[in-house]
Design a protein around this ligand. Structure first.
Ligand SMILES: Nc1ncnc2c1ncn2[C@@H]1O[C@H](COP(=O)(O)OP(=O)(O)O)[C@@H](O)[C@H]1O
Ligand SMILES: [Mg+2]
Length: 446
């Protein structure tokens, strides 16, 4: 049942209009009421009569002045209105931009692959993203960084009071479930809010646990490999030494015996026998030379007897005799004389193999060999360089031979660095091998 209710009807009717229509309606009503009251009460006539009585005050000009003032006021108010509208639009846009940027930063924070978090100075996690949550085994609610980092948390907080941010390349964090957790971290300190004195820590963790464990395993494997290679080289050298000794003692003696026997053959004018004896003697001499060369290659006697300098000098002079057209230069520092046996062997074998490679592959006209000892703060270094001006080769292409890889293995087994430089014009083989520590060197020199 509909009940007649005038006020509510009016409110319904009134709410149908928008603000500007309502304003227009109020203006029309006001003007009409003023006109009606003025007409009824003859206000204007009375005012004009009164103004005429006071002609000297020029009050009859007042309506026009008021009209002009009203026009100016309307004009000003419209301008102000436009300004207010523009300001309001600007604010709306700024608010929108701020919301957008907030959304963007939230996405960056939440979706980042780094574990992002905000913690208070007591180490409680106030806010964190998904990556952080999965990094810490979804235990962010129970994780307390002060407990997880121990004393280093307080040290970091103290440091952050002095500097804006702290980068830690490797930080070991105690995960609540006990699993290993190693991170690369950046921590910054920021006020909780512009009005508060309270400071919070903003942290960014990159999980490097896997990488760290793999590196550690790789390090162990590398060390094992290094000592295996060193052992293999030692065994090889020992074996070579034994073979050289065997050849020398067994074959050498018999060859000498053969020559002695030939010398004792009767020279009774039988030309055929004498001729055969001479030929056998020269064959045996040839074999003896070959055997001597072989023994020398297996174990350079000069290296044991006189040290590296003489052994390399002899090697070079033998090589020069075999390659008279190749110009050779040799720089051998005197300080390289008293090196350990294993380093002597490594250096000698590198020069030997490099010279063999040059004669086999390089077609060089010039060879330069340098062996130098550089004194360092922590350790002395032995540098070996063999340079030629031959055809060169691509050091990165796969190779069948074992010469270059053997050199590398020997150097790396001693903790050194091996390099091949070749760009189509010559080749440079270089090796740096750490020698003694400075302390040891000092003790040696005493
Ligand atoms: N000084 C050099 N000049 C040109 N090529 C070289 C030189 N040293 C090495 N090589 C190239 O590198 C390859 C590998 O050398 P290496 O490992 O000593 O094996 P091998 O001498 O048995 O072939 C050689 O076959 C050769 O092509
Ligand atoms: Mg070779």
């Amino acid at each position: 049942m509909n009940t007649y209710n005038p006020p509510s009807l009016m409110i319904t009717f009134w709410s149908r209009f928008n603000q500007s229509h309502r304003d227009l309606f109020i203006a029309i009503c006001t003007i009409a009421s003023v006109f009606f009251v003025s007409a009824k009460l003859d206000i204007s006539e009375k005012f004009v009569e009164w103004a005429l009585l006071h002609e000297s005050l020029q009050l009859d000009e007042l309506p026009l002045v008021l009209f002009a003032a009203a026009v100016v006021a309307i004009w000003f108010s419209r301008r102000r209105m436009r300004e207010v509208v523009a300001e309001a639009t600007r604010r709306v846009e700024a608010e929108y931009a701020s919301k957008e940027s907030q959304r963007m930063f939230k996405t960056l924070f939440d979706q980042g692959l780094c574990g992002n978090f905000v913690a208070d100075l007591q180490g409680n996690i106030l806010l964190c993203n998904q990556a952080f949550s999965s990094m810490c085994g979804r235990s962010e609610a129970t994780l307390n960084l002060r407990n997880a980092l121990g004393k280093s948390w307080d040290d970091l907080c103290n440091k952050l009071k002095a500097v804006e941010k702290v980068d830690i390349p490797e930080l070991s964090v105690k995960r609540p479930d006990g699993a290993p957790w190693i991170v690369m971290a950046r921590l910054t300190c920021a006020l909780e809010s512009p009005t508060s004195e309270q400071k919070n820590i903003h942290g960014f963790f990159t999980d490097i646990t896997e990488q760290h464990l793999a590196e550690r395993e790789l390090g162990v494997l590398f060390k094992e490999n290094q000592s295996l290679a060193r052992h293999a080289m030692q065994v090889q050298e020992e074996e070579r030494r034994n073979i050289a000794r065997e050849i020398h003692d067994e074959m050498g003696q018999y060859l000498t015996a053969i020559r002695l026997d030939i010398a004792t053959l009767p020279k009774d004018g039988n030309n055929a026998v004498t001729e055969h004896a001479k030929r056998i003697n020269s064959h045996v001499e040839h074999i003896q030379q070959g055997v001597r060369g072989l023994i020398h290659r297996l174990r350079p006697t000069a290296l044991d007897a006189h040290g590296l300098i003489e052994a390399v000098e002899q090697l070079m002079s033998d090589w020069k005799k075999q390659h008279p057209t190749v110009a050779c230069s040799l720089i051998l520092e005197k300080s390289c004389q008293n090196l350990s046996e294993k380093i002597n062997i490594v250096a000698y074998r590198i020069v030997q193999e490099s010279l063999t490679n040059i004669s086999r592959h390089a077609q060089a006209h010039f060879v330069d060999v340098k062996i130098m000892r550089t004194r360092g703060i922590l350790s002395d270094t032995l540098s070996i360089e063999i340079q030629d001006d031959g055809v060169g080769f691509n050091p990165h292409s796969p190779r069948a031979g074992f010469g270059l890889s053997g050199m590398r293995e020997r150097v790396e087994a001693e903790g050194g660095v091996f390099h091949i430089n070749s760009n189509g014009k010559g080749a440079l083989i270089s090796a740096s091998i750490p020698l003694t520590t400075a302390l040891q060197a000092l003790q040696e020199n005493k």
